[in-house]
Design a protein. Sequence first.
Length: 563
Amino acid sequence: MSQSMPWLQSYPAHMAHQPALPVGPVWALLEGAAREFPERPAIDFFGHKLSYAELDALVRRAASGLQQLGVGPGVHVGLYLPNCPHYFISFMAVLRAGGTVVNYSPLDAERTLAHKIEDSQTDLMITLDLAAFYPRMAELLHSTRLQRLLVGQLTEFCGPVSQAQAEQLGPRAEVQWNDQCLPFASLLAQGDDCRLHPLDDPQAALAVVQYTGGTTGLPKGAMLTHANLTSSCSQLLAILGNELTPGNERVLAVLPPFHIYALMINMLFSLRMAAEVYLHPRFDPVEVLDCIHRQRISTFPGVPTMFIGLLAHPLTAQRDLSSLKVCNSGGAPLPLEVQQRFQQVAGCRLREGWGMTETSTVGTFTPADAEPRNGSCGLPAPGCRVRLLALDGSEREVAPGEEGELCIAGPNITTGYWKRADATAESMTSDGFLRTGDVARMDQQGWLYIVDRTKDMILCSGYNVYPRIIEEAIYEHPAVEEVSVIGIDDAYRGQAPKAFIKLRAAAEPFDFTELQAFLASRLGKHERLAAMEIRDSLPKTPVGKLSKKELVEQERQRSQRCA
């Protein structure tokens, strides 16, 4: 065991300490699955299935059509799509044609979409004829650098849908077809004579410009190469290969595909495993439970709010969830109480991992047979190296057990930010580690504990207060379903914590005095709440994890009004 990598001692016996992590073109993941499992269903969308051979053929034809429109190396194609077959086909076809994918979120404000279009140099956008998608891109076609839209029809790859299914995606829009707005189907009429562009260096070949979130400033585009994405798949295989069988798994995909977590887990790794992917346009607890029950789903990746929602639903106790083999929570810290309850109810370990856009979603993992460790997000993934650096901005490494900024290196780490050499330089250490902005500590066995984001830290009377500590304590209250804690202005302490709480269904509400009494033995004096607010719902990001930036802005405006 290397003294600089204490986590290796905690790896499962079957896992190589430094496994080979093959890389290559992203489109080869689909080619390999289609070659080995041609008749295996690749996608199930509203009950209609596409086999791997059919999906591969569609990608080849779409890639040929894209090349006819000028897509090749250096050309950026935007995807503005929900969870649907069009996303799988478009993503792989753009890369096969030699282009670069830029992901767009349907929940972005129009000015954010416009910024991403201009910043990423997107000239071609692929979307659907839904009222929630097409009209916004039609407007941006006339006000940005966009030159052309390719618009798909929802039923192209699934046939007629029921009224209930149609309601999941909302009404369709009337498309104005012209030379700048072409049917997606036109891509498929060009044959399959796509000319492949060899990747001499997959590590340098840009595959995706994936914009990061953040609480302030304009989004930055993380550059993810073919090697970043395929090495991430290799890391996932090293972690899960002992539990999953190629050509034999069924994955429930409800996370939006434009998010890096869903992109990697639900699409790319599923294709690598030749899994059957059940696409759901949005998260609905009843549909998720019914799908697991009826289709014998084996893998369900989600975020904490999804698992909280399932545990809160009365139907959960009535459905057979015994087919589940791998459930993983990502995107946000997983409360221990939720993790333990899910295992009791579903009979499947709910594992937690940490990652981010810049790490191609892979950062840490929790071994299947490891005992849960309260607050830990697991061990550094195979092939990754981790350092914890002092919070003063220096590159001094802290001792085991001390808190420091989590820095990570590996083949899956972004090469930098698109057109932002300044941001790239700021985010990297002198020896090539990515500064994540997360505060963490590592124990003697190599287990990592994310304390909080550095920018989310609350400074109360000179003390560092971390919202996650308070949130974990509040989650222990039996009436609490969801909670977000932020810092608010305080005349005496400078800042003080405030909790925003959503109660469980039918739970008895409580007041602030009762909550303070409940937390008295669970928090230090410097961590005590200054205020709380009970709400019917809490703001969430497009991927479904709790979002604090809306709460911060609301409190800022409230403070201004009271000044």
